[in-house]
Ligand binder design. Structure first.
Ligand code: GDP
Ligand code: IMO
Ligand code: MG
Length: 427
């Protein structure tokens, strides 16, 4: 059996957690391949909302294995909080959650370095979630990092102390006060929790599972426009958020990948700094934020809101090899008379329909087409036939521009508010 991939095509928070949860009954294994607790993946069912940061979004389905792959960075403090919540709900963590021995660990000093670096950048800050993501990936590629497998070694404390010493030396370069010891108790408690989990060689585990006919869904974090290579650099995260990240972050070969589900909002949001050509600074943007509850699931920060950006989506679809699309939060536009779609940019005085090298430095303004809204409450609809004509027209219009089928339309945060646009997509 092959692996399917689900990932975000914008700047994150597209609704990945919800759709992974909805699709999980079709799979045996859900596997996160990159990112860390900068992610906040929300799922809702039976009137309860859950936010996951490290643990894959298939964890609420009995019998499904959830793998945290080698490409993920883990904060033991945050992982422990997540686990404790799930244990209270009766989730069998020991059986359902498997952690790659090769995943890297976020130390308290990584979080301090993240904060010190952001303060030093001043108005040029990235807008990091301050979870230590950048410094941990820097230590990984710098070959200084500590992996899950290392915590079982008798000399773990020494390995930890050596890396912390390096970090103290770097922190001396910043005008930054900190108290490490108050963070260390929680860290070592988290390490104990981590030791009680099921560590695996996830690349072997996943490839054997495939051979045995098991179905795997790889769950992306962040979004393609935050990818360290292809996103709006330097205002990006520090991992490869795109389909290729599945290969390096799980040990899955490219020829084993089958469906690639790209997920996007019917409009667009961004949290943190960086360019966002279709951002709407008027009451309209504020209305999207209010109706869409656009506040970060990890940091609670206001998300910047604006219109859908076709050149950016086409770019993300190209880089990822997307085979089908899920359109999220259609219901948020239920009361809009008209909907704007950015089909082109004016970039350095030229009209273009592609995503250029940089939209940071050269003035890039959107060129819009206006589409009729549907002015209908869609949140209680349960089949594609029931969707208002103008919403179907919007879907068809986007499919045409994006040259990719939209197979799911989401009309609310709950599991049940998910409409399959063809018969077999959720079956
Ligand atoms: P993720 O990081 O991609 O998993 O997305 P987040 O969980 O950070 O943000 C998506 C937010 O939108 C969450 O609060 C979801 O509960 C919510 N959501 C997901 N799909 C829909 C939808 O179709 N309509 C509405 N109104 N909310 C949705
Ligand atoms: P999910 O998986 C939205 C953004 C941060 C910041 C930049 C770098 O929930 O979609 P980092 O902490 O990674 O160094 O921050 O990336 N960012 C996200 N934005 N959703 C996320 O994850 C994000 N993870 C990071 O706001 O701009
Ligand atoms: Mg999120």
């Amino acid at each position: 059996m092959a692996v399917d991939v689900l990932l975000g095509l914008q700047w994150g928070d597209e609704g990945k957690g919800k759709i992974v949860d909805v699709l999980t009954p079709k799979y045996d294994i859900i596997a996160r391949f990159q990112g860390g607790p900068n992610a906040g993946h929300t799922l809702e069912f039976e009137g309860i909302k859950h936010v996951l940061h490290t643990i894959p979004s298939g964890i609420f389905h009995n019998g499904v294995k959830n793998v945290v792959g080698n490409g993920v960075v883990i904060d033991p403090v945050i992982l422990k909080v997540e686990i404790d919540k799930l244990l209270k709900m009766g989730v069998d963590i020991k059986a359902q959650l498997l952690i790659s021995k090769k995943a890297h660990i976020i130390l308290p000093t990584h979080k301090l370095l993240d904060k010190a670096s952001e303060i030093a950048k001043g108005k040029h800050k990235i807008g990091s979630t301050l979870k230590g993501i950048g410094p941990t990936y820097m230590d990984k590629t710098g070959r200084n990092g500590i992996r899950v497998g290392d915590v079982f070694a008798p000399n773990f404390k020494e390995t930890y102390a050596t890396l912390v010493e390096k970090h103290h030396n770097i922190l001396k370069n910043y005008d930054f006060d900190y108290n490490l010891s108050e963070l260390e108790d929680a860290f070592f408690e988290g390490i104990e929790t981590l030791k009680g989990l099921t560590p695996i060689d996830s690349e072997h585990y996943l490839n054997q599972a495939m051979k045995a006919g098991k179905k795997i869904l790889a769950e992306g974090a962040q979004g393609s426009l935050l990818d360290v290579d292809f996103g709006t650099y330097p205002f990006v995260t520090s991992s490869n958020t795109i389909t290729a990240g599945t290969c390096t972050g799980l040990g899955i070969a490219p020829n084993k990948i089958d469906r690639i589900i790209g997920i996007f909002k019917a409009y667009c949001t961004r949290v943190g700094s960086g360019p966002f050509p279709t951002e709407d600074f008027t009451e309209t943007g504020a209305k999207i934020r209010e109706i869409g509850h656009e506040f970060g699931a990890t940091t609670g920060r206001e998300r910047r809101c604006g219109w859908i950006d076709i050149p950016a989506l086409k770019y993300a679809i190209m880089i990822n090899g997307v085979t089908e699309l899920s359109m999220m939060k259609g219901d948020v536009l239920d009361t809009f008379e008209t909907i704007k779609v950015c089909t082109h940019y004016m970039h350095g005085g030229e009209k273009i329909d592609f995503f250029p090298y940089s939209i940071n430095d050269t003035e890039t303004t959107p060129v819009y087409e206006e589409i009729q809204g549907w002015n209908t409450d869609t949140t209680k609809l349960d089949s594609s036939e029931a969707l208002p004509e103008n919403l179907i027209a919007y879907v068809k219009y986007l499919e045409n521009l994006l040259e990719t089928p939209i197979t799911i339309v989401s009309v609310g945060p709950d599991r049940s508010q998910t409409i399959a646009m063809n018969a077999d997509v959720l079956a």
